[in-house]
Design a protein around this ligand. Structure first.
Ligand SMILES: Cc1cc2nc3c(=O)[nH]c(=O)nc-3n(C[C@H](O)[C@H](O)[C@H](O)COP(=O)(O)OP(=O)(O)OC[C@H]3O[C@@H](n4cnc5c(N)ncnc54)[C@H](O)[C@@H]3O)c2cc1C
Length: 373
């Protein structure tokens, strides 16, 4: 094996950003080891056999408020405007989701001003001073009727447990809007890479001094490589430490991609099914990629306990277990310059922009330590 300045586990967003910046700004020689057959991590997109672009590991709606981050990513891609509209199918009707004034008007069959809606939901809400879990959180915001129509069944399918067993933050991350804005998220920039995420990260890694080794397990490769300056680990933190305190639980997903010979199959990119079917949602990513083709693909998404890690399960015992591993990780950073960053290594649900911000911070930390040495 050649000599490398920086060794990186994982060619996802974090691994790609740090590799790119280390090569371009510091002139370092970087080896990125990726166990899958592709780069881009969970943002990976590809063409279905019918020619339609799909998001292999679940729909990715890129959004950010960070101008610096957007301008950095724009070096590697052009963008198309995001069109992230989600509806929830309940009582046989499609409702705008997250809940906004239009949802309330359709659901309660009356009109509302913002003030009227707030007062109405205050009446419906169950008085709970400090919600201890997601069920209490939603009940204290919208009351039982909407909780059961929109949140309860979806959360149970998604997490395999009652919302009463999950942190308030799980349902708390979904806004309730007192306006008629039907967009899924509020961010200033809602954009999709014109040629896809895979191409964006492929270009980011396609710079002098960066080598990417696909289909290779970092935990094996790292035995025979000692990088000169640092290691960045973006894989599962418990695996790095040989699961010595036990396994961190993750929620997994399964996708069935089905092609249809029609231009569009559903009215928007995502439909949630809180109370019907075994799948949680159907996604037609073509609404977002704006691909010009006569056919389409729907992804039917099922949630499950076993399989690849997708979502960390936000509950107290899991956080405590993670903290035990994090102590080891801090020591590993101090003593051996191994940096743990990203979704799998920090057991956090991060969106892509957030994880890239974390990558920037880690890179700055590595750079500062190297300069000081
Ligand atoms: C279902 C789903 C939907 C999402 N939707 C959105 C969205 O709409 N918008 C948004 O902004 N973000 C979304 N995200 C989040 C986004 O996917 C993550 O923020 C991002 O992918 C995290 O980047 P990462 O580099 O930390 O991890 P990853 O993308 O997971 O990359 C880590 C890489 O490390 C590799 N690896 C792990 N262990 C090893 C090993 N031992 N050896 C070699 N390689 C290894 C993995 O194969 C993987 O490629 C979604 C995530 C999920 C799960």
């Amino acid at each position: 094996m050649e000599d490398y300045d920086l060794l990186i586990c994982g060619a996802g967003p974090v691994g790609s950003v740090i590799a790119n910046r280390a090569a371009e700004e510091l002139g370092w020689k970087v080896l990125v080891v990726e166990k899958r057959h592709h780069v881009a991590g969970n943002c990976f997109d590809e063409f279905h056999q019918s020619g339609v672009m799909i998001h292999r590991y679940g729909p990715h709606y890129f959004r950010t408020n960070n101008e610096e981050l957007l301008s950095y990513l724009s070096r590697f891609t052009d963008w198309v405007p995001g069109n992230y509209i989600v509806k929830s199918c309940t009582r046989g009707e499609l409702f705008p989701f997250p809940i906004n004034l239009l949802t309330l008007e359709q659901f309660f069959k009356r009109s509302f001003s913002a003030e009227e809606a707030e007062a109405f939901l205050r009446e419906k809400a169950i008085k709970i001073e400090t919600p201890q879990n997601s069920e209490e959180f939603v009940l204290s915001r919208v009351g039982r009727e909407m909780y059961e129509a929109f949140y309860k069944g979806y959360t149970e399918k998604q997490w395999g447990v009652s919302p009463s067993e999950l942190d308030p933050s799980v349902c708390g991350r979904i806004p309730i809007r007192y306006n008629r804005d039907c967009r899924y998220v509020d961010h200033k920039h809602q954009l999709t890479p014109k040629l896809g995420f895979t191409e964006l990260f492929r270009r980011m890694l396609d710079v002098p001094r960066v080598k990417v080794l696909l289909n290779s397990n970092f935990l094996e490769i790292s035995r025979s490589i000692q990088p000169k300056f640092a290691t960045v680990f973006t894989g599962p933190i418990d695996e790095y430490f040989g699961f010595r305190f036990g396994k961190l639980p993750w929620r997994s997903l399964h996708f069935d991609f089905v092609g249809y010979n029609e231009k569009f199959r559903q009215p928007c990119v995502q439909i949630n099914y809180p109370n019907d079917y075994l799948y949680t949602r159907t996604v037609e990513i073509k609404h977002v990629t704006h691909q010009d083709c006569p056919n389409t693909v729907i992804s039917y998404e099922y949630s499950r306990a076993e399989g690849d890690p997708y979502y960390p399960v936000p509950a107290k015992p899991n956080e405590q277990l993670f903290q035990r591993y994090w102590q080891l990780a801090q020591e590993e950073e101090r003593s051996r310059s191994v940096y743990f960053v990203g979704r799998l290594a920090t057991y956090r649900y991060y969106n892509t922009d957030q994880v890239i911000e974390e990558a920037f911070k880690t890179f700055d930390k590595i750079k500062a330590r190297h300069k000081a040495a």
